[in-house]
Every structure is written in C-alpha cells, then in structure tokens.
Design a protein around this ligand. Structure first.
Ligand code: FAD
Length: 383
C-alpha cells in the first residue's frame, strides 16, 4: 500500500497514540467535541499543511494532507472534528482579495482563527444545491441574510463560516448555478445577532447542526470573489474535500484490516485461530485488496489536484471507492470479532458508525454515479 510522506505519517501516528480508544469512547458517549485532540493537531501544525508558507502554513500539497488524515483514521482517531480547518480556507486562498488573505490566512494557519464550518446544505434543496433558498439582500454596505441550513458541522466550534447564499433568485437567472454568492460569516458576532445554532444528535459524534438566519447582517467586505459566482467557488473546494475524505476512508479501512487480522490470528475457537478458516480469512484479504485499489485512486486524484489538473471525476471516484472499501472493511471487522465487534471497548462499533457517513456526505454515491454516467460516459441525464 502507498506509504508516501513517511515522516508525516510517523509523527501523526505518535501524536495519535496519546489519544487512545478510551479517549474517543468517553467523548462518543456524550457527543463531546474532541477539543484536546484538535488543539494538539493544531499546535503540531498538521491542520495548516495546505496554507502557503507566506501565510504561515507548511505550503504542502493535498498528497501530504491525505497522509495526515489517513494516519489519524488508521490509528482509531477521527479527523471529522477538524478536517475542514485544512481545506475550507481554500475558498479564501483561491478567490479572496489580497486584503482578505492577509487578514485571515495567517490567523487560520496559527489556529488563532478556526475556519471549519462550511454552510451549503439546506433542508428543502438537499443535493440539488441550485435550489437553495437562503438569501442575502444587499442593503447599503451590508448583506442581510435570511434562511436556514442543515447538517452544518462544527458551527459551534468555528470562528468563521464559509456560507453559500442566493443573491439573485433562481427565477431571475438564465443559468441556475448563477446568482449564488459566498459570504464569510464571523460566527463570534453572528450568534444571537441573527444566527441561531441548533445541534443535531446523530449516530456518530460529529458536532453537526442546524442554522437559522433571521436578518443576520454581514459586511459587504466579507463577500468572497464576485457576487453571483459563488457556486463555482464552492465546487472548486469540493474536489479537495472529497479527496481528503477519501483518505480518511482509506485510514478507516486499514484500521479495520489491522484489527481484524490481529484478532483472527489470536482468537482460538475449535482448537485453532479463527483466521485459519478461509471463511474468516478471505473477507479480510478482500478488504485489503479493495482498500489498496481505492488508495491508488485517492493518490491519483490528489496528484492531479496538486498538478492543477481538472480532477472532479477522479475526486468523485476516489471518494466512492474509498467509502465503499471502508464500509466493507467495517462490516468484515465486526463479523470477524463476533460478539466483541459490538462491545464499546473494542472501538470497532464506533468506527463502524463513523465510516458509514462517507457514502452519504459530503456527496452521496448515487450523485457520483450520476456524474460518471452522464459526464464521463455521455448517458442521458435524469435530472
Ligand atoms: C453528519 C453530517 C455532516 C454533514 N456536514 C455538512 C456540512 O458541514 N456542510 C454542508 O453543507 N453539508 C453537510 N452535510 C450534508 C451532506 O452533504 C448531505 O447530507 C448529502 O450531500 C446528501 O444530501 P441530503 O441529505 O440532502 O440528501 P438528499 O439530496 O435528500 O438525497 C437523499 C438520497 O436520495 C438520493 N438521490 C437524490 N436525488 C437523486 C437522483 N436524482 N438520483 C438518484 N439518487 C438520488 C441521494 O443519493 C441520497 O441517497 C452533512 C451531512 C451529515 C449527515
């Protein structure tokens, strides 16, 4: 399997050893945010690897970031609490003004500012983003925002949020993806002044929320890029997100394979290790084959991203293959452990719940298949 960036992997592995299963189990029970883990990663500089050196980051590519997240997940930890701190800043980096970059990027690199909330999904639009309804009306030197978002993760643990809104109604634009804009919302000022955050308890510890906007005022200077072009800016960032999430799935897959292999060698039933039975051994081997293949696709997508090549299809394919490989590995791992697969102290049931998310978010498998079917293979569009 790919072992690029060995120094980064080793350092991340050492850091994660300080956050064993018992740490995650305790947080998981009460759905508590892993503040200490996130702080440690921030101080070690792992969340600023993608920020250019001139702004205080390491200036590395997506390949290095995938190594960080894969190792976090392989070790049994979870990067979902902070992975967005790595890539959400890309919207400012690629589309912000020099003044916006100078104001925000160094503080994001140092961890002084957390930009890890990304507000796109809405209850009524779902995956059909062009139908989002949250509207920002320009009034003098402010935008006044009204609407609602759902599944906005880490909103309570973020100082800033990249928010996609409509600035022109869908009915008034010729191309439905036009008329949307990106605003940078300062959460410290917004909460209780037009923004209400309501946490949603889910099957995993993910700090996700619902947001309600009621005449929230955002200064015009917080518009990123040009008004009306926001959908394109958000799409640019989604490739990075999909590749990075795919690397988390690869880490999860390796975690399950490591655990299942170790257990199958040691657990004896009927006078021999269970792993001697091919009915137990082959699913572990199959998981290894699938994770290895998906990992190659993740590496390819990351290399294309780093080379500035269009990589939307590859990012999607990497995310789909990796999320399916990690889910197969999760199921296999539970089965290999028999009853102990369900025991909290083994961490397998927790990781099983965690890795299931990635076939739905940040984009569901059907939407990826639809992209490949219509954009790559030229099949008729269904929507
Ligand atoms: C824990 C969690 C965290 C999240 N974090 C964030 C976040 O931080 N920011 C954010 O903006 N969003 C976030 N999301 C939202 C996530 O991106 C969406 O849930 C995901 O994109 C799917 O959208 P939806 O839930 O609206 O499903 P829907 O669009 O309602 O779709 C439901 C199902 O129908 C399928 N489907 C829909 N239309 C079609 C079609 N035409 N053909 C075939 N199948 C179709 C989909 O594939 C899906 O399986 C998060 C979600 C979760 C669960």
């Amino acid at each position: 399997m790919s072992q690029s960036f060995p120094e980064i992997r080793e350092a991340v592995g050492k850091l994660c050893a300080g956050f064993p299963g018992s740490y995650w189990q305790a947080l998981d029970r009460d759905r508590i945010y892993p503040t200490e883990f996130v702080q440690t990663l921030t101080e070690a500089g792992f969340l600023s690897v993608l920020i250019p050196e001139e702004y205080g980051g390491s200036g590395l590519g997506l390949g290095a970031a995938t190594a960080v997240l894969e190792e976090i997940h392989r070790s049994g930890c979870n990067g979902g609490a902070c992975h967005a701190q790595m890539y959400t800043m890309g919207t400012i980096l690629r589309h912000g003004t020099p003044a916006q970059k100078a104001k925000y990027l160094p503080a994001i690199a140092s961890g002084e500012l957390r930009l890890q909330a990304f507000g796109v999904t809405e209850p009524t639009s779902g995956t059909d983003t062009t139908r989002l309804r949250t509207f920002a009306k320009r009034v003098g030197d402010k935008y006044v925002v009204n609407g609602q978002k759902i599944w906005i993760s880490r909103a309570e643990h973020s100082d800033l949020m990249v928010l996609l809104v409509r600035t022109t109604a869908r009915e008034e634009v010729t191309k439905t993806s036009d008329g949307m804009s990106v605003l940078l919302v300062d959460m410290r000022e917004a909460v209780n002044h037009g923004l209400t955050i309501r946490p949603i308890r889910t099957m995993l510890n993910h700090a996700t929320t619902e947001l309600f906007f009621d005449n929230l005022e955002v200064p015009v200077e917080n518009l990123i890029g040009s008004e009306g072009r926001g959908f394109k800016y958000i799409l640019d960032g989604m490739n990075a997100e999909r590749i990075l999430i795919a690397s988390e799935c690869i880490g999860d897959g390796k975690f399950f394979i490591d655990r299942a292999s170790a257990y199958a060698k040691e657990r004896e039933v009927f006078g021999r290790p269970i792993g001697q039975n091919q009915g137990v051994q082959f699913p572990i081997a199959r998981a290894h084959v699938q994770v290895t293949a998906a990992s190659l696709m993740v590496d390819k997508a990351a290399a294309m991203f780093d080379a500035d090549e269009p990589c939307g299809t590859e990012a999607n394919m990497a995310k789909m293959l990796a999320s399916e490989a990690s889910w197969y590995a999760a199921d296999m791992c539970v089965q290999t452990h028999g009853g102990f697969g369900f025991a909290e102290e083994y961490d397998i049931e927790r990781k099983f719940r965690e890795t299931r998310l990635y076939q739905v978010a940040p984009i569901s498998t059907n939407l990826i298949l639809s992209h490949v079917g219509t954009h790559v293979l030229g099949l008729p569009k269904s929507f």
